[in-house]
Design a protein around this ligand. Sequence first.
Ligand SMILES: Cc1ncc(COP(=O)(O)O)c(C=O)c1O
Length: 338
Amino acid sequence: MIDLRSDTVTQPTEAMRKVMAKASVGDDVFQDDPTINKLEEKMAEMSGKADALFVPSGTMSNLVALLAHCQRGEEYIVGQDYHTYLYEAGGAPVLGSVVPQPISVEPDGSLDLGKVESVIKKDDYHFARTKLLCLENTHNGKVISLEYMKKAYDFAQSKGLGLHLDGARAFNATVALGCELKDLAQYSDSISICLSKGLGAPVGSVLCGDKDTIKWARRWRKMVGGGMRQAGVLAAAGIYALDHHVDRLAKDHAKAKVLAERLSQFDELDVKPELVQTNMVFIKTKLETAQQLADFLTEKGIIIIPSESMRWVMHLDVSSDQLDFVCQQVKSFFNSRR
Ligand SMILES: Cc1ncc(COP(=O)(O)O)c(C=O)c1O
């Protein structure tokens, strides 16, 4: 099957499975797992932060970060379409009594700092205390510039707020920007990075930050049941991905561009290749067309999620030949309707 639903669907490669099988392991709750320790040191170094914490998922990484930054009754400002607001089952308010203050996301994926300023609460016991600004980069495949990140970080600091960056796909951003992870991470107090998206590891995310934030995050990780034991087999996949799968993200970005250009030739599909910055292509069409296309493609071994606004994602497990095949099948579908 050619699965275009997400970059989370990748299978660990043979080489990755080999390093997983051979990984030295220990009990990570005692901080005894040498491979996890190595991964955390590596990520701290790459992000330019003092410390790092391996966690099972991006959702848990964001959760423990929010809870490390904000106490009960404190507030984080967040984009209303960001993962840390919309797609994490309300974890921070439910488990930490932390209050989200969502605001609309700008077309480029950033937050308007004027709007952010307007929702910062004054020091008055009627209000939750505003503590944190939460950004996401990339957001829906869009890369937020380093200039904006610096402005947002300076702004947050000037207001006494922390800044947490959901960098689930931070390496897609750095590859697109042509910079190092630490160039991006320097404009945050903490950054969460997923190993199991474009990087192709089966499981895991890493939260990077200062010693104190990571100390609190480790405590929260334990509390929410994310303290793992001999999980070095998973960290080994992460290390392998960092060593072998970062630069190749450029290939996924190039494939996404090609896909968008080819799909834009069909009148029934509204696709803007000039808006493709990383590995995601957004396609608007009628729901009925999307459903028929999805059914047609399923029979050819291609999986998409049909909707009026579809996201097709390029990743490690879609080769250039498979991309050609997908484009041919979309053409056959529209030819069959004429
Ligand atoms: C932007 C963003 N942040 C966080 C996550 C959460 O990652 P996980 O699925 O590992 O919990 C995702 C997952 O797709 C995501 O897209």
